[in-house]
Design a protein around this ligand. Structure first.
Ligand SMILES: Cc1cc2nc3c(=O)[nH]c(=O)nc-3n(C[C@H](O)[C@H](O)[C@H](O)COP(=O)(O)OP(=O)(O)OC[C@H]3O[C@@H](n4cnc5c(N)ncnc54)[C@H](O)[C@@H]3O)c2cc1C
Length: 383
């Protein structure tokens, strides 16, 4: 078994690394941490798009270069390792689902603009009463001629304050004899539509998510993605894609901590610190292998399902273990924030500790991932 990249993939990784060393500015990275497409971030993403690297595995007519999924994985991995913007909802979730289930009109309208970083999407699934139980969503889409009229509320919809389109799950079927997940459809909604109100919610890590209110919003019927009342299944595919990705972010996080410890003999010689770092080094390696498996499946055109859940579960919890270890190893200094001259790692340990709290909630909680693994991976009956 050979876990290495092929010589061609390794050459591509080198080319990507050289490009990023040259082009990825600190401004484009830092601002992405606030989950906002600031001008510098957009400009960098546009430069990636010009090379066909924002959606490399898409066909050229949609703005890609027909690259392999492994090349896309390598590119994303290098970006994440450097803390860069690695595309977003359009490139990683909405775009691939439009390719699979969208109309020809939707493909030509949205895909090239996603690949050029001209537009971004925001995920519109969760509602106050429907998070883990997504099938309970209630925002209503009622037919009216060539339109659907939408009313209801979403919550925790990140990116809505700068995205151009809402990737919206809405209720189109209310037959009590049909299971509730079979009454959901998926829509693309222009965020500038009259009747949409967005209210900010800030997370502990400092970045913004939103509440979104729909008041008689008119959405053209042509904006329905895939089949009517099959939206839950299309969203499930988008969620599997959301849970896939490289583990290079935690590798970078680990390396920063280990490199810092090596500079401080008191810490580097402490057996408890050494044991903890050795344990985490092993876990980072496990995360890589889980991520490689998911990337390989995608390269074989298999949508990863419980495998993506296993990756998301392990990786999000590993990020929290890394953040906890950072706080324990750095002691009281670890609590100092960015900007303090005494803060080790320029306050990253403190920020990561706060930021990592939500990792085990968004894109499906750890409990939900465990349920998926038990049900679809181990074939256990529903509880
Ligand atoms: C920072 C952040 C960003 C987000 N961004 C987006 C976004 O862009 N778009 C979007 O649509 N949503 C987004 N979400 C919402 C996210 O997907 C939901 O918060 C998540 O699915 C959990 O739903 P909930 O908050 O309603 O919690 P609940 O579903 O009410 O869960 C509460 C607790 O019960 C547990 N639980 C629930 N059901 C089960 C079960 N069957 N078995 C075992 N335990 C269970 C959960 O694990 C959790 O611990 C975001 C959330 C956060 C925190």
């Amino acid at each position: 078994m050979d876990f290495r990249f092929t010589p061609e993939e390794e050459a591509f990784r080198k080319e990507v690394g050289e490009f990023l060393d040259r082009e990825l500015t600190p401004g484009a990275c830092e601002k992405f941490n606030s989950y906002n497409w600031e001008p510098e971030t957009r400009e960098f993403l546009r430069r990636l798009g010009e090379r066909g690297w924002l959606c490399p595995s898409w066909p050229p007519e949609y703005g890609g270069i027909g690259a392999s999924h492994m090349q896309r994985y390598i590119l994303t991995g290098e970006l994440v390792y450097r803390g860069g913007p690695y595309g977003g909802i359009g490139t990683a979730m909405a775009g691939p689902v439009i390719i699979m289930f969208g109309s020809d009109e939707q493909k030509s309208e949205y895909l090239p603009r996603i690949a050029r970083a001209e537009i971004e999407f925001a995920l519109g699934y969760t509602e106050p009463q429907a998070g883990s139980d997504l099938a309970a969503l209630e925002i209503r889409a009622v037919e009216d001629g060539d339109y659907y009229i939408m009313n209801g509320q979403k919550v925790f919809n990140t990116c809505c304050h700068y995205a151009d389109y809402h990737w919206l799950g809405a209720r189109t079927g209310i037959d009590p004899n049909v299971p509730k997940h079979r009454g959901i459809s998926l829509f693309i909604v222009d965020m500038k539509s009259p009747g949409i109100t967005i209210r900010p919610l800030y997370v502990m890590g400092g970045w913004r998510t939103n509440e979104v209110f729909y008041d008689n919003v008119r959405v053209p019927k042509k904006n329905l993605v895939g089949q009517l009342n099959r939206g839950f299944y299309h969203i499930a595919v988008a969620l599997d894609l959301e849970r896939s990705g490289p583990a290079t972010g935690s590798q970078r996080h680990f390396e920063e901590l280990a490199d810092y410890v090596k500079q401080i003999p008191r810490l580097a010689k402490d057996p408890r610190v050494r044991q903890k770092l050795a344990e985490l080094a092993t876990e980072v390696e496990v995360a890589h292998l889980l991520a490689h498996r998911v990337a390989w499946m995608t390269s074989q055109e298999i949508v990863p399902n419980y495998e993506a859940s296993a990756l998301k579960l392990f990786h999000s919890e590993l990020n929290q273990r890394l953040a906890n270890a950072g706080m324990q190893i750095l002691g009281l200094y670890g609590q100092l924030q960015e900007g303090s001259k005494w803060a080790p790692l320029d306050g990253m340990a403190e920020w990561r500790y706060r930021d990592s709290v939500v990792y085990t909630i968004f894109a499906g909680t750890s409990e939900v991932q465990r349920n998926i693994i038990a049900l679809r991976g181990l074939g256990m009956p529903r509880g």
